[in-house]
Design a protein around this ligand. Structure first.
Ligand SMILES: Nc1ncnc2c1ncn2[C@@H]1O[C@H](COP(=O)(O)OP(=O)(O)OP(=O)(O)O)[C@@H](O)[C@H]1O
Length: 938
């Protein structure tokens, strides 16, 4: 054991950040060390001070207190104190006593730490290696960003998320039918962009009634913490910022509340009521804006609505824009066109041209149908395809159609090309129940009531009497009641409570958001007394009520899309029962007419139809007249006309628009492949063992809870002051998606969970584990040999939008060199170099290491040469993969542009620039020694 002598330099083994220590005093079995870099004095017991003597060797570069550098050529020692001999930057011979060494010198390079004896247990080295390997695997995974959502793996959702999230800036409309999971799709896309560093500032605008639901869905499903901004919140921020503003009166940034958070959720109403906030939101800048229930953005050429104009401005400053609506045409075709125009104003420049173009989808859809039918194509059909695809260089594929061996692949390829022709294809995603399937049936019950309405005394109103009776019949089952007016809902709730002793909750526009959410939660609570939730029309949009299966409609809207929205509260993913729709109506009233019209004319209670809204638009005046006259013969005539028109339009749409939309909105094979990849991640079963190692190293206790579920909590020996994402009480987590879906109280741990990503960051950003010594036994290796195991990292830094990790992620290269400088990396796996608990004298090994220093430096450079060769191969492969992928995309866009004006020239140019930039960045990849382990066999 080396003696402590005042004037010597030592370094702390546990707190290397203290810098270089100076021995001040040695007395009474104690040693006092001064760490000048942080002005700390420490006293240790001499016999077990956690200190390592600093001794540089020839070749090292050292620095003096005056910051001049010396290359060490040798050293002399007198009375235990070292004097370094060396050359300064001008090549002059110089001497430097160790007391003059710069106290800021840090030893964080792996080789420095190894030589100086600052080594960590082997487990840390292995953890580091494993972390790099897992990170690399994740970065290259085609499902990166889609893993982390607590959601069932539903094909159409994953397809849409994957398809749009990979675009440089998605500008799309998610228009799946009601209840098919558009919120989840938006969440998946968002999660993907955030995980991949493609977006960071996000604004979501939703109707006020949905604020809380969005907040909760983003948090519980995607671990995304949004902040709700309303006027009060903005004023609050202001109050703090006023103080800042005083200091810098001209600083606009100081008073823009939207700059204080990255993920912000606002209601449409808030922006309508406070136009000044609109300007601030626009000034704040976003890289993604999401607007839910976007059919409310009314537009006409003469009078676009203020809400529309606001979103239009946001759409100009934000590269990505996602609009959500289940009923894109609820406010008419013109408004639908206008929303497409928000997404791509260059493409959707004229409403007339848009209408004309839609008519041309039919031939494309017919061709797709022919290909899908998998029947032999006759001469005429082939001719038809040839004309349609004349710009696509697909002669080869067309020929292959007749070759039994190649026909299937050719059909597939041709369908893909055809789909790309479709005008709104790349912008609009719309899946329907027909394609998604697995939804429960719907049954409707009409109740013709006699008597007349009595809104002044509800007890006298036949519908009230009917309702009381119905509640009794339902015998404890809950039901959602929807009516148009808030006042009806309020009166009904009061009367039911006071006169019939029936408890219900209400939900209407006169209540605050908190009151509404409370009412919905009260109703949802299976133990609460509330039998009914009575909603005004605002309850008909977006909310999740699939836990009930009785829907009572006290009146009917005149708009089929609105009816679809109402039914959609119950008819959504997660509904497990047959949905029972009850419509009590008074005979000879408008409601009676509407009931028959929806039921017999449009069959709208039984299923959703994409043509219903169009039929209603076309028959608008006739319907109004019949509602007015209520003449039975007229009603019959209207119903007959509605039926004919429905069949006609349905067929037309199915032949054209719908079929293409569906094909484009979910390609089954691709979706299934994604699901398989996602499942295989889970099946691989390596996440928990990996995290167990992390927890073990950091001093977090783990406990088995049940299969696939674990409890983790910080132990008394936690190595860090705070383990990210872990509270004092710990948490219960599961690595099983099904369990996570059923057990909301557990965290769903995936490679994308914040706890996991933060742990991986923590492992790699500290130096712990970058130097280790292992004494091992190995059946094929003689005792007394040594090896140097080096972990190099290929690093390629590039702007996030290049997603360079797809081609060249940070990649670990492991090299194992034996004492004869022979590369044995391929012969001996790192897992075979495992310690077997042999006790060794660390000081002796360090002394040996230092005696072998020149030799070890040579071994290191052999290792580096080997790593460089490996890196070159990685760089070549990455370049090839990148060029192949991006140039295919460019070729595809150039080809498509000839036939599909949706593709913008800038998009192609941008891709070309990206390719060049990616090439440059890959070529400039660097190699860095990240960790080293000295292995001795025994
Ligand atoms: N992948 C999924 N896994 C589990 N639950 C899901 C999934 N997708 C959707 N859901 C659930 O289904 C319901 C409907 O989803 P969501 O609210 O996203 O539909 P939507 O299309 O936005 O509906 P609307 O048209 O009514 O606004 C929600 O309760 C949602 O949590």
């Amino acid at each position: 054991m080396e003696q402590f002598i005042p004037g010597q330099r030592w370094i702390s083994n546990t707190e290397s950040e203290l810098g270089l220590g100076l021995i001040l005093d040695v007395a009474h079995k104690r040693v006092t060390v001064l760490f000048l870099a942080c002005d700390e004095k420490r006293m240790y017991a001499q016999d077990n001070a956690p200190l390592t003597r600093v001794r540089f060797s020839a070749g090292d570069v050292i620095e003096s207190i005056d910051e001049y550098k010396v290359i060490v050529t040798g050293l002399t020692e007198q009375d235990g104190l070292i004097t370094y001999l060396g050359k300064d930057e001008d090549g002059q011979d110089v001497q430097l006593d160790e007391v003059e060494l710069n106290h800021h010198i840090q030893f964080n390079k792996p080789q420095d730490r190894l030589f100086i004896g600052q080594v960590d247990p082997t487990a840390w080295f292995l953890l580091r290696y494993e972390t790099w390997r897992r990170l690399q695997q994740h970065q290259q995974s085609p499902v990166k960003g889609l893993l982390g959502g607590r959601a069932s793996l539903i094909p159409h959702q994953l397809f849409i998320a994957h398809e749009s999230a990979n675009r440089s800036a998605p500008r799309i409309m998610l228009a799946d039918e009601v209840g098919l999971g558009k919120t989840i799709e938006a969440g998946l896309i968002l999660h993907h962009r955030l995980i991949n560093g493609l977006s960071s500032r996000v604004l979501i605008i939703v109707p006020e009634t949905l604020l809380h639901q969005w907040l909760v869905e983003m948090l519980r499903r995607f671990n995304l913490r949004f902040s709700i901004f309303d006027e009060a919140r903005c004023l609050d921020t202001y109050a703090e910022d006023d103080m800042l503003a005083e200091a810098e009166p001209d600083d606009d940034v100081a008073d823009n509340p939207f700059l204080t958070e990255q993920l912000i959720l606002c209601s449409q109403g808030f922006f309508s009521n406070y136009p000044r906030r609109q300007q601030q939101a626009i000034a704040a800048g976003w890289d993604m804006v999401i607007v839910d229930e976007a059919h409310h953005l009314e537009w006409s050429e003469q009078a676009p609505s203020p809400d529309y104009l606001f979103v239009e401005q946001l759409g100009r400053i934000s590269p990505s824009l996602i609009l959500l609506t289940a009923t894109p045409e609820q406010l008419g075709k013109e408004s639908h066109f206008a929303r497409l125009r928000l997404l791509d104003p260059d493409r959707f420049y004229s409403f007339a041209a848009f209408v004309e173009e839609e008519r041309l989808f039919e031939p494309v859809a017919n061709a797709a149908k022919l290909l899908l039918a998998e029947e032999a194509l006759n001469e005429a059909a082939q001719q038809h395809l040839t004309v349609l695809l004349k710009d696509d260089n697909v002669d080869g594929l067309l020929k292959n159609l007749n070759d039994p061996e190649q026909s299937a692949a050719a059909r597939d390829a041709l369908i893909k090309v055809l789909l790309d022709h479709h005008g709104t294809g790349r912008i609009l995603f719309r899946n329907s129940r027909q394609t998604v399937q697995g939804f429960p049936e719907r049954e409707r019950y009409g109740y013709a009531l006699t008597g007349s309405a009595n809104v002044d005394d509800l007890q006298q109103d036949p519908r009230y009497v009917w309702l009381v009776d119905k509640v009794k019949q339902l015998a404890g089952q809950k039901a959602l009641v929807i009516c148009k007016q808030a006042q009806t809902a309020i009166d009904l709730e009061q009367t039911l409570k006071n006169r019939a002793g029936i408890a219900s909750a209400v939900f209407h526009e006169g209540m605050s958001i908190i009151e509404r959410d409370r009412a919905a939660a009260y109703f949802a609570d299976p133990d609460s007394a509330a039998r009914l939730l009575i909603c005004s029309e605002i309850g008909s949009e977006g909310r999740n009520f699939q836990f009930v299966h009785h829907l009572i409609l006290l009146d009917l809207p005149t708009n089929p899309d609105l009816l679809q929205q109402r039914i959609g509260r119950l008819d959504r993913i997660g509904q497990k029962h047959i949905i029972q729709i009850h419509v009590p109506y008074l005979e000879h009233t408008e409601c009676a007419v509407l009931y028959r019209w929806y039921d017999e004319g449009l069959n709208a209670f039984a299923c959703n139809s994409s043509s219903a809204q169009r039929v209603a638009d076309l028959l608008h005046d006739e319907l109004a007249a019949v509602l007015d006259s209520k003449n039975p013969a007229d009603i019959d005539a209207l119903i007959a006309r509605t039926q004919t028109l429905s069949v006609e339009l349905e067929a037309q749409m199915h032949n054209g628009r719908d079929q293409l939309l569906e094909l484009n909105s979910c390609r089954k094979e691709l979706a299934d492949e994604l699901i398989e990849q996602l499942n295989s991640y889970e099946k691989e079963g390596v996440l928990w063992p990996y995290m167990e190692d992390v927890f073990e190293c950091y001093g977090v206790d783990t406990e088995f809870h049940s299969p696939d579920c674990f409890i983790v909590r910080p132990s008394d020996h936690l190595r860090v002051s705070h383990f990210p994402g872990l509270t004092e009480d710990g948490l219960t987590l599961t690595v099983n998606r099904q369990i996570a879906l059923a057990r909301e109280d557990m965290q769903f741990m995936t490679w994308e969970h914040p706890l996991v990503t933060a742990s991986m960051d923590m492992v790699l950003s500290s130096e712990t584990g970058n130097a280790a010594i292992s004494v091992i036994k190995h059946s094929d290796l003689k005792a007394g040999q040594f090896f140097l195991e080096c972990l190099f990292i290929v690093e390629c830094s590039a702007p996030a939008e290049l997603q360079i990790g797809r081609f060249l992620p940070h990649t670990p290269i492991r090299v194992l060199i034996d004492q004869n400088q022979k590369d044995v990396s391929a012969d001996i796996d790192h897992r075979d170099l495992v310690e077997v608990g042999i006790k060794f004298d660390k000081h002796k090994i360090i002394a040996f290491l230092n005696s072998q220093r020149p030799h070890l430096i040579n071994i290191l450079s052999v290792a580096e040469q080997k790593a460089k060769t490996d890196m070159q191969q990685l760089v070549d492969e990455a370049t090839q993969a990148m060029l192949e992928s991006l140039s295919n995309e460019i070729k595809r866009l150039v080809r498509l542009k000839k036939v599909n004006p949706t593709i913008r020239t800038e998009e192609i140019e941008q891709l070309k620039d990206m390719t060049m930039l990616a090439h440059e960045n890959i070529q400039a990849a660097q190699l860095r020694l990240d960790a080293v382990r000295f292995v001795i066999t025994s």
